[in-house]
Design a protein around this ligand. Sequence first.
Ligand SMILES: [Mg+2]
Length: 311
Amino acid sequence: MALAEFDLIQRYFAIHQPVRSTTRLGIGDDCALLELPLDQQLAITADTMVEGVHFFPDVSPHALGHKLLAVNLSDLAAMGAEPVAVTLALTLPTIDHEWLSAFSTGFMELANQFQVDLIGGDTTQGPLTLTVQAMGVLPKGTALLRSGAKVGDGIFVSGPLGDGGLGLKIRQGFLIESGHAALAALERPWPQVELGLELRKIATACIDISDGLIQDLGHILNKSGVGASLFWEQIPFSKAVSDYCEQTGDWQMPLSAGDDYQLCFTVSESNRDKIPSGCVCIGQIVSLPGLSLFKEGDLVHLQAKGYEHFS
Ligand SMILES: [Mg+2]
């Protein structure tokens, strides 16, 4: 079955005239064409989601379309790039029109929210696998890298941690009151695009938390050649996540679970007064390598684990 003959991308993804000035040619030729002003750079990222590895087979296709784009926009946000265009590659076991309609709606609603042009795509038959390549622009030399953290910088997160991880626990059968927000965090994360743009002039390093704070902050520490001290009492958690930690004693879950899509960034002392509202200081960059967590005043050994897929 040749899926391409159905021209699914054209049919379902409400292709309209590109809205971005960078898009010179969208879907319809062998390639799309992008054009950048001389003083701009292109930031490019790609993410693949595989059924049974990255999402449950019974997940809402609308939420899946949203999340596939959101996780890619989150990577652009982490660089301080403004999203302008995406390509989409779909591998589908069958053509399920109801599924495609809901999936494309979830995807395009978020694309429209950020005025991102869908400039290309491909469809093939096979086990359900979804890939997005996202492109963003930023002024030359302003990208937020993982390598810029300096001793003395404060470490910040853009919002509460662990809701995505708790959402996964709930999906796996854990029972907790008012877990709706955690499920929404897992299935419909919101990319911190505007914050990423704001941080270009403020942060020394930045990453999005897709694989858990410990692992992702670890990337900043490795690339910057520094260490970190974190203070448990300063790390923001939702009530549901706090309740989970209390009920189970599994207090490391919100630090090691994936799917938060908050930004973690570092800021020098001189820029502390420019921290956008809602962001919370959770620790400090230090010269001693590694990650030290202080909980109730004690240094706690962290069993650092990254994101574990549910399968
Ligand atoms: Mg990332």
